[in-house]
Write a new protein. Structure first.
Length: 442
């Protein structure tokens, strides 16, 4: 049996599912709501209706349009997609169709691959509302930067694949669809908890939290492409798909399947460990270079080879910690080869902190060290240059002026709230009539 025939079968089963069409219907409505809200907020920030013109400086479609519009997909992937994917496995297990499929000439691995291809096709179809939103935005005269669009789409595609893989693995392991859905939901809540607990705490906990689905999306939404994140998400997805194939081999004993799971787990752990140790490549694809220092600063920083240790005496809830982490440390880790950040007060609230060092940041470069209280980019860089004994370069003014657009989301409500539901319902009815005619002929 050819893979093409298997893919056709999986697509037919997917389109026969009410969950899939409900997913498409809801994702169109959610995307429309997010897009309309984002465009109107962008227009107000651009000065429509006599608003303050100062807000229009530096306006970015990445923050104002792309990220909030795709936020609808994050919600749909988290809460709706698992039910679509679980059905592909659970229905075959409950109807004993899986036992017949295991007797086919095609291996279970090829059948899983066909399911993955069908799901990717479904994902492309589900992106239609987003592409419609982009077309409307361009029709309004809005600006789009292609690398930002492609990068954020890549991030959400990886998020889709990981969630689909986890759902398929859960469906293969658990006895019923409800149990599998609970497992996927528990995994999602667990990643949220890890992301919250690890914020500003450093060490292995923060490293692990940087690969949770929520954290990885934040990087893509900032216009940052990290190869380690991409590779880890792909490995986790492949591991989960392989785990599903392993447990769907009903003819194998439980002991054999557990052994196969152990081998897969060891291989995935080794691969992820190597990636964390060796892969440091990242690209700032944002048009305003928000993840990078100026080119002159980056040249000087890359020439400093002594290890830099930064000890931050701030609690994880302190706004200065978030500002320092998001606006300075992200750029510093990309510019220097050896940067270590220590958070000795991360487990404290900071509200009743009586430590005299609270609010300070200790910099140690080689044998030299100094203390500072500033989290401002310019002062941090000057501090590092002083420790390194190098001259600070001439600061370059940012050439990014923003793309204000004082236009309302005209016609978007009609497209997303009327035409999209009508199109989905029309396709559903036409499919039903086609199936009915085939039955009559048969």
């Amino acid at each position: 049996m050819r893979v093409r025939d298997l893919v056709r079968k999986e697509i037919a089963e997917l389109t026969a599912s009410r969950a899939f069409w409900l997913f498409l219907l809801i994702i169109g409505l959610l995307t429309g709501q997010s897009f309309i809200t984002a465009v109107n907020a962008y227009a107000e920030a651009s000065g429509i209706g006599g608003g303050p013109a100062a807000l229009a400086q530096g306006l970015s479609p990445l923050d104002g349009i792309l990220t909030p519009t795709l936020g609808a997909y994050d919600l749909a992937i988290t809460l709706l997609l698992p039910f679509v994917v679980i059905r592909l496995i659970a229905s075959e297990k409950s109807s004993d169709a899986l036992k017949l499929m295991l007797q086919w000439p095609a291996s279970i691995e090829r059948q899983i691959a066909a399911k993955v291809i069908a799901l990717i096709a479904a994902w492309i179809v589900s992106l239609l509302p987003f592409f419609i939103a982009l077309a409307l935005w361009r029709g309004y005269g809005g600006h789009l930067f292609a690398p930002e669009v492609l990068n954020i789409l890549a991030g959400y595609t990886l998020r889709f694949l990981l969630t689909a893989a986890m759902a398929m693995a859960a469906a293969s392991l658990m006895s019923g669809a409800a149990n599998a859905a609970i497992v996927v939901l528990a995994f999602t809540i667990g990643t949220w908890a890890l992301d919250f607990i690890a914020a500003g705490r450093g060490g292995i906990l923060q490293t692990l939290a940087s690969f949770t689905p929520t954290a990885t999306l934040r990087g893509f939404e900032r216009g940052l492409l990290r190869f380690d994140v991409v590779l880890v998400m792909l490995i986790l997805s492949i591991f989960s798909f392989a785990l599903a194939a392993n447990w769907l081999h009903l003819g194998r004993s439980i002991r054999t399947r557990i052994a196969g799971t152990s081998v897969l787990l060891i291989l995935a752990t080794l691969a992820i460990g190597l990636i964390l140790m060796l892969v440091r490549v990242s690209f700032d694809v944002s048009e305003d270079r928000r993840n990078s220092f100026s080119a002159s600063d980056e040249r000087v920083l890359s020439s400093i080879h002594s290890p830099l240790t930064i000890t931050v005496f701030l609690s994880s809830e302190d706004p200065r910690m978030m500002d320092f982490e998001n606006n300075v440390l992200v750029k510093l880790r990309r510019s220097m080869t050896d940067v270590t950040v220590i958070y000795p007060l991360a487990d404290r609230s900071g509200l009743f902190e009586h430590d005299a060092r609270y609010g300070t940041i200790l910099y140690r470069l080689g044998t030299k060290s100094t203390m500072s209280r500033s989290t401002t980019e310019e002062i941090v860089l000057d501090t590092i240059y002083e420790l390194a004994g190098v001259r600070a370069p001439a600061r370059e003014a940012s050439a990014y002026t923003g793309y204000p657009l004082a236009k309302r989301a005209t016609g978007a409500a009609l497209v997303f709230y009327v035409l999209w539901p009508a199109a989905v319902v029309t396709v559903i009815l036409s499919r039903r009539s086609h199936v009915a005619r085939k039955r009559e002929v048969a």
